[in-house]
Design a protein around this ligand. Structure first.
Ligand code: SAH
Length: 473
């Protein structure tokens, strides 16, 4: 190897690192260049109205006369909301062919002729930047801004790894004290009992257990097929009655999270199990918070907080929820505690590898166990430990759930058994909605402990729709 080629090689390597996000992208941006996929997101009423409220309600405090960046502008909808909220100039950065399409709507806003132009209020207020946000030339072309708006959210919050672009934009373009909208996301993980889903999945894998498929013995394929099915998260809505414990949460504060903290993180697990039955896997979803920091506001104004949830108790969104199955279900007793951890690490499929190590403990045992002992137990106690590895990009879709039947099934119908005390307590309490009763009210929000990222969204489930988009924003 001569020096020149060596240097070239070095440059190439550096370039390749810069292009870490670029190289895997053609099909990703091809997808987003199509209006039908932008439409799928616009039609998600929960999503689009949450952004609309978050931007509109902070119009006079955050957006009026301010410079704003829209990271991954797509159809331009968030940029348009920002102009409606009074933004002085919006830099709409978009890497896909949508950038060109957005110029069409902006040209129409300026067009003089018969009648008034469409969306005249947009004229001269939006600069379309047809590029990836990570493109170095943008550092010269785009000024520092007061607020960054973006919808960089995928399945389970992090799929698609676009949060990295959002954080990159923060580090390069946001003025100190500026606002990130959304301001935080929370991943929820909960224990799941769903025999029907487990059976459906093993049935698909067992196809490969035929001895005489057109005279071919398919059995050698069974092990890899089983592996594949049980490492694939199932995306779709499901009944909240399949959850057998409350979720644990992992909060990501978009104002402070570092790139390294996005690339791998551990979620400690501690689930109190409510029913005696079988745990078939882990269910996941996320919430979003839009709370501008006071430092980002015009002096003397107040922030307006907006929250949205994609939980199974909430109105369905195009992100739906995700379920990840154990290869072998875990028998649990009501009152036991599942301990352990779930580790999430980025992969080069614009997604995450998710590994779990869990153990069922009696409550008394859990209260006494040290971290070291727990680690040893996780490695040695095979019969009550389960490990799993799921690939968040290998998603299987399941749209079977269409909402709860009007007379809700009792937990026993799903082979879930309440402790006797709880069962008796159901009839001992005064009448009123509780337990399996349906809630049909509008979402409500409680801030917990005054923290900006600490929030709980209580939302009622209404009708459930499903989308068939393979990419989820
Ligand atoms: N903001 C729009 C679109 C959200 S979808 C809306 O809320 O409806 C995310 C968009 O970000 C896609 O159009 C995608 O092409 C774009 N995108 C993803 N990564 C990007 C990057 N690194 N730089 C610029 N645009 C990006």
């Amino acid at each position: 190897m001569n020096d020149e080629s060596h240097n070239n090689r070095k440059n190439d390597d550096a370039q390749r690192e810069d292009d870490e996000v670029l190289h895997r992208d053609p099909s990703y941006f091809q997808y987003y260049s199509q209006l039908q996929h932008q439409q799928n997101m616009l039609q998600d009423f929960v999503r689009t109205s949450a952004y609309h409220s978050a931007i509109t309600f902070n119009g006079s405090s955050l957006f009026r006369d301010r410079l704003v960046m829209d990271v991954g502008a797509g159809s331009g909808i968030l940029s348009f909301f920002a102009v409606q909220a009074g933004a002085k100039q919006v830099y709409a950065v978009e890497a896909s062919g949508m950038a060109k399409k957005m110029k069409v709507i902006l040209d129409a806003a300026k067009r003089k002729g018969q009648g008034s132009p469409r969306n005249a209020y947009l004229a001269d207020r939006i600069t379309v930047v047809s590029s990836k946000i990570e493109e170095p030339r943008l550092l010269k072309e785009v000024p520092t801004v007061d607020a960054i708006i973006s919808e960089p959210i995928g399945v389970l919050l992090v799929h698609e790894r676009m949060l990295e672009s959002f954080i990159y934009a923060r580090d390069k373009f946001l003025r100190p004290g500026g606002a990130m909208m959304p301001s935080a996301g929370t991943i929820h993980l909960a224990p799941l009992s769903d025999a029907a889903l487990w059976n459906e999945t093993i049935t698909k894998a067992r196809f490969w257990q035929q001895n005489d498929f057109y005279s071919v013995d398919l059995n050698p394929y069974f092990a890899p097929a089983f592996e594949e099915y049980f490492s694939s998260p199932v995306v779709g809505c499901f009944s909240p009655t399949t959850l057998i414990g409350d979720s644990v949460v992992h909060e990501v504060d978009f104002h402070t999270v570092t790139m390294a903290e996005l690339k791998e993180f551990t979620i400690p697990i501690e689930w109190e199990i409510k029913y005696t039955g079988l745990m078939h896997g882990v269910a996941g979803w996320f919430d979003l918070a839009f709370v501008p920091p006071v430092s980002s506001l015009h002096p003397g104004t107040q922030p307006s907080a907006t929250y949205m949830s994609t939980s199974p108790q909430s109105t369905a969104t195009h992100w739906q929820q995700v379920r990840m199955l154990l290869k072998q279900p875990l028998a649990v007793n009501a009152g036991q505690i599942i301990r352990g951890s779930i580790f999430m690490k980025v992969n080069d499929q614009r997604s995450y590898d998710i590994s779990a190590k869990l153990i069922a403990l009696d409550a008394e045992e859990s209260a006494l166990v040290s971290n070291e002992t727990l680690a040893t137990m996780l490695d040695t106690q095979k019969s009550r430990v389960r490990t799993a590895l799921w690939y968040l990009h290998e998603q299987i879709y399941n749209y079977a759930y269409v909402g709860e039947p009007s007379d809700m099934a009792r937990p026993e119908a799903a082979n879930l058994y309440l402790p006797v005390d709880s069962l008796l307590a159901e009839s001992a309490l005064p009448a009123g909605p509780q337990g399996y009763a349906r809630t049909q009210t509008i979402s409500s929000v409680e801030a917990v402990g005054g923290s900006l990222t600490d929030f709980v969204v209580n939302a009622a489930r209404n009708t459930v729709e499903s989308s068939n988009s393979p990419m989820e924003h």
